[in-house]
Design a protein around this ligand. Structure first.
Ligand SMILES: *[C@@H]1O[C@H](CO)[C@@H](O)[C@H](O)[C@H]1NC(C)=O
Ligand SMILES: *[C@@H]1O[C@H](CO)[C@@H](O)[C@H](O)[C@H]1NC(C)=O
Ligand SMILES: *[C@@H]1O[C@H](CO)[C@@H](O)[C@H](O)[C@H]1NC(C)=O
Length: 135
């Protein structure tokens, strides 16, 4: 348990240490801040998927650096080497069952791919106009 937590922590710092393969594109969502004095005011926010939804693979091959939360210790013997050897792909929001339209957010439990239902069950966070997490 402690080792798993430590490994996850090391990987997280490794992920933070390098550039993504392509920029993530969080879907835009209009949200509303409502107060009794000011009424409701629209704000430009966006929806970001948790980091587990991203494919992390070796820089020059599709070999995953992490599969089902197990870190490949050949590619990732330590956080610094891991950051050099791995890239993070942008999240695919459609594949993960996340879509927005105006002020409507849709999260799908399953998505249809190749005519088959596939589990999606996305977990998302709300980003403010400055792309920082909103609580
Ligand atoms: C969100 O809105 C901004 C500003 O209008 C735009 O540049 C960006 O492409 C939009 N993002 C997506 C994922 O559509
Ligand atoms: C770990 O990475 C090495 C180097 O790319 C690769 O040869 C090996 O197959 C990987 N192991 C697993 C379990 O994916
Ligand atoms: C994202 O996922 C959808 C559905 O699975 C797929 O059609 C699309 O090609 C993917 N986009 C990218 C950039 O991989």
């Amino acid at each position: 348990m402690a080792i798993k937590g430590l490994a996850a922590l090391a990987l997280l710092s490794a992920i933070h240490g390098h550039q993504p393969a392509s920029p993530d594109q969080p879907p835009n969502l209009t949200t509303w801040i409502c107060t009794s004095s000011g009424g409701c005011v629209a704000q430009d926010t966006s929806i970001v998927l948790e980091w587990e939804s991203r494919v992390i693979h070796e820089t020059d091959s599709p070999t995953p650096c992490l599969s089902t939360n197990v870190i490949n210790s050949t590619i990732c013997p330590d956080p610094v080497t891991c950051a050099q050897n791995c890239v993070v792909e942008a999240a695919n929001y459609t594949h993960s069952g996340v879509s927005t339209a105006g002020d409507t957010l849709t999260l799908q439990q399953y998505v249809h791919e190749n005519g088959q239902p596939q589990p999606a069950s996305p977990r998302v966070f709300l980003l403010g106009p400055d792309f920082q997490y909103l609580e």
